[in-house]
Design a protein around this ligand. Structure first.
Ligand code: GLA
Length: 392
């Protein structure tokens, strides 16, 4: 297959080559880019991601045995496991499918077996949630072959649990929820405490561009879990169940905040104070950003993206020199705003630009970044898509 073939056709062709079946079903789940609201989901806060037009596809059919037998066209690798008793092991990508099976079994659901072939075009480890795409596509397949109703929020929670407890990455709910419940042409405002979802339409004349530095850092053993612990420690010291409960006025000595005492943030240990400052200020930015988007105010939205990047770089300390260089390149060329997206430590920047400049922006920002960093980035202009689906 030429590398340019769509992942949908690669999955279907691999299926046709490997399995004898007259009836193939197809499930897909998208990657995501987070527009604003970083490291807030596991603090019960607010996020504003969108599902993107890059996805993981699985061509499959149900089988009578309680077994999953699946081939990855991207890795040219097989995996087979018992759905009743999945066991940890290689290949690495199979852990996300086994984790979903394990959680659904923990919920006492009767799972059917299936055979399938998968292929995707969400870059791996780039901060665009290729793992959540795989989890939700696998969840759709299990729902289909086991005749389970499709509840996006419940399935997102199951996939998050798979990642937390089976894979060992203590992620929040954002990636799985937007992969399950994204809406075409919209970003999704998620209240990560109530799980209320509010689609917000993207301004008509703008485009969302993802700028991949191609630098990578694995998440499971990264400082991600350490950041999460620091946030939990800050919440404990402040006497709240999560940093969501700290009002932005607690950052300001001149105001009497609700709940948390005036100046309380100043009393935090110097290591965790800036972490808390990021989360509290970011929650406030997400709500102002969603309101700006709702009224089509791209300049205000862009300013908030820029402030978010500064806070992630200086207070949360999850940016990196390549991410900072990419943000600078995007701003030099001209955008409403640009920031690192996802967990950080490598991966991608997201920028909001005028749609009519998108072709020129993509070329020029790549040139500018190459001139600064000595290597070419990948640039995608993204469309917001629906969450996980099964082809009719
Ligand atoms: C990763 C996690 C998410 C979220 C982001 C940071 O993508 O999977 O839950 O915490 O990092 O915003």
């Amino acid at each position: 297959m030429p590398p340019s073939a769509s992942p949908e056709s690669r999955a279907k062709r691999a299926f046709a080559r490997l399995f004898t079946s007259s009836s193939v079903r197809v499930a897909r789940a998208p990657g995501r880019v987070n527009l604003i609201g970083e490291h807030t989901d596991y603090n019960d806060g607010f996020v504003l991601p969108m599902a993107i037009d890059r996805a993981l596809w699985i061509a499959f059919h149900p089988i009578a045995e309680p077994v999953v037998r699946v081939y990855s066209d991207d890795f040219d690798e097989w995996c087979e496991f018992d759905v009743q008793q999945p066991a940890h092991g290689a290949p690495a990508w199979s852990e996300y499918i086994k984790g979903v099976a394990w959680v659904l079994r923990q919920q006492d659901l009767r799972l059917g077996g299936w055979e399938g072939a998968l292929a995707g075009d969400v870059p791996i480890g780039a901060g665009l949630s290729s793992s959540a795409a795989l989890e939700l596509a696998a969840a759709r397949v299990f729902a289909s072959v086991s005749e389970l109703p499709w509840h996006p929020v419940q399935m997102a929670r199951a996939a998050q649990r798979a990642e937390n407890e089976w894979v060992g990455m203590r992620c929040g709910i954002m990636d799985q929820l937007v992969a399950a419940a994204g809406r075409a042409d919209h970003a999704l405002l998620i209240d990560c405490r109530s799980l209320a979802l509010t689609p917000v339409r993207l301004p008509a004349a703008t485009a969302v561009v993802v700028l991949d530095t191609l630098t990578r850092r694995g998440l499971t053993r990264s400082p991600y879990n350490e950041r999460r612990q620091q946030c939990e420690e800050a919440a404990r010291v402040l006497g709240v169940s999560a940093l969501r409960d700290v009002s932005v006025t607690a950052l300001d000595d001149n105001h009497e905040p609700d709940g948390v005492a005036r100046g309380a943030l100043l009393g935090l240990d110097h290591r965790i104070r800036p972490r808390a400052r990021h989360v509290v200020s970011e929650n406030d930015r997400v709500q102002r950003a969603a309101a700006a988007l709702g009224r089509g105010d791209a300049p205000t939205f862009g300013t908030l993206m820029n402030e978010s990047h500064r806070s992630l770089r200086d207070d949360f300390e999850v940016s990196s020199p390549p991410l900072d260089a990419m943000v600078a390149a995007a701003r030099d060329i001209g955008c409403y705003g640009a920031r690192m997206t996802g967990a950080g430590f490598g991966g991608c920047v997201v920028a909001l630009i005028d749609a009519e400049t998108s072709a020129a922006f993509a070329t020029r920002v790549a040139e500018r970044y190459r001139a600064r960093e000595g290597r070419s980035p990948d640039v995608y202009v993204c469309r917001a898509t629906d969450g996980a689906s099964e082809a009719p």
